[in-house]
Design a protein around this ligand. Structure first.
Ligand code: URA
Length: 438
């Protein structure tokens, strides 16, 4: 950096446009520890308030994608379609759609993340299956995809390391909820991960980072534009995350729900989102030869005929997971304590502050309190009632699972203070709110 970084913070704070050189130097200097976290935090906050134009966002995304290795997936035959969700509560869609899409004959080379903030992470969920391994080098990754058509691995440490560092900083400086910062974070990883096409699940509502539809639409459009300008056909679905997806929140609880879903017994909201996501991945891989309707039909067929379930078993076995747990989900370790949460009044369960329900799951032990803390895979929440359901005072609305009463006390209080009851049934919400293509 030729000038002082402080002057660049001032420039963004005043709403000016940063140049290509300034952004590229900022990212490389930050990765080289030449910019301290306190200055980068101030810059991130300035971006939160002032935003970034198309050119700035495109340069920032490329600089972050180029901060580490770019994965070469050319050793895998076929069109590789990646999928990324902007995060949610109870979002176990990858566990269900990866085997569905692979069962439809499309290679799924998926790199996923761990839980962050109030959101859960696919890698933590999969690692709750005893033995399941998500760490591997790129050769092992591609060879698993070539052998069985699917592999779900943790992000290699060198995949967009700038995002890894920036995200950790954003998480503790209240700078996650920024459209350009989310767009650069997601798209830098997806571009570095090397797939041919990208499907984005832009979640929207109280359990998502972006709460309103206008914001979600803008985020979706900006990410689709970045994918397209990088030569990757990209589709974004805007999906509802105003309530937890499905009934289970917490790692092995969500794996059990995914197993049920792959046997054809998944909850309606979860399956609607899964079929839309899997359908869009199959559609993208079809290069125009498969209509969207046909792709969705195929996705459903793969669940109905049992091939998606078989593919999930192959996936678990190939990554070292013990099959006996998914074959008999009752074998999963259970939390030593549980508590039934009861409705405070009769009427309807009107709404939940879903991010805070995610926080309650974290209090139970389902998430990390600090970067290095251990997860309790059996902790979490199983909902019995969802917004829109009629309830009677004292009726069970959820069961909480944890290792001790202190966690149950804390989480029960938090759960109830973020759940609203009323006399009027709330309107049913659309699960698939919009689909944004180029
Ligand atoms: N998911 C990401 O990968 N990055 C963000 O900034 C938000 C959600």
């Amino acid at each position: 950096m030729t000038g002082r970084f402080c002057d660049l913070i001032q420039k963004k704070k005043n709403g000016k446009i940063l140049t290509k050189e300034e952004i590229e130097t900022m990212i490389s200097d930050y990765c080289a520890d030449k910019i301290p976290d306190y200055q980068m935090s101030a810059m991130l906050m300035a971006i939160c308030f002032q935003g970034m134009n198309e050119e700035e966002l495109s340069v920032m995304t490329s600089a972050m994608a180029n901060s580490g290795e770019r994965v070469d997936l050319s050793g895998i035959d076929g069109v590789k379609v990646d999928k990324h969700s902007t995060g949610g509560v109870g979002d176990k869609t990858t566990l269900i759609i990866a085997p569905i899409v692979a069962a439809a004959g499309i290679p799924v080379a998926k790199m996923s993340g761990r839980g962050l903030g109030f959101t859960g992470g696919t890698i933590d969920k999969l690692e709750s299956i005893p033995g399941f391994c998500t760490e591997m080098n790129i050769d092992e990754f591609t060879s698993r995809v070539n052998q069985i058509g699917v592999c779900v691995a943790g992000q290699s440490g060198d995949l967009a390391p700038a995002d890894k560092r920036l995200y950790a900083l954003r998480d503790v400086t209240a700078t996650v909820e920024s459209i350009p910062l989310i767009a650069a974070s997601v798209m830098s990883k997806k571009i570095a991960a090397g797939s041919d096409k990208i499907l984005l699940d832009v979640t929207c509502g109280s359990g998502a980072f972006i709460k309103d539809i206008e914001g979600a639409r803008e985020l979706a459009k900006r990410m689709v534009a970045i994918g397209t300008s990088n030569g990757r056909e990209t589709i974004a679905l805007i999906t509802d995350m105003d309530e937890p997806l499905g009934f289970a929140i917490g790692n092995n609880l969500e794996v059990k729900e995914a197993v049920e879903a792959l046997h054809g017994n998944g909850p309606g909201d979860l399956m609607e989102v899964c079929y839309a996501l899997a359908g869009n991945m199959i559609f993208l891989a079809g290069n125009g030869d498969v209509s969207y309707e046909e792709a969705v039909r195929l996705a459903k067929e793969k669940v109905d005929d049992g091939t998606a379930w078989k593919k999930f078993c192959e996936l678990v076995e190939s990554q070292g997971g013990e099959l006996s747990y998914i074959e008999n989900p009752g074998n999963f370790p259970k939390a030593s304590k549980s508590r039934e949460v009861k409705a405070l009044q009769s009427g309807y369960l009107v709404s939940m502050n879903t991010a805070e329900i995610g926080v309650a799951a974290g209090m139970l032990g389902a998430g990390r309190e600090t970067k290095d803390s251990e997860i309790d895979y059996s902790a979490g929440i199983v909902l019995k009632k969802k917004p829109g359901d009629a309830v009677k005072e004292g009726e069970i609305i959820a069961t909480l699972y944890a290792a001790d009463d202190r966690r149950l006390d804390m989480a029960e209080k938090h759960f109830l203070s973020n759940t609203r009851f009323g006399k009027e049934r709330p309107e049913k919400r659309l699960m698939i709110i919009d689909r944004i293509c180029k």
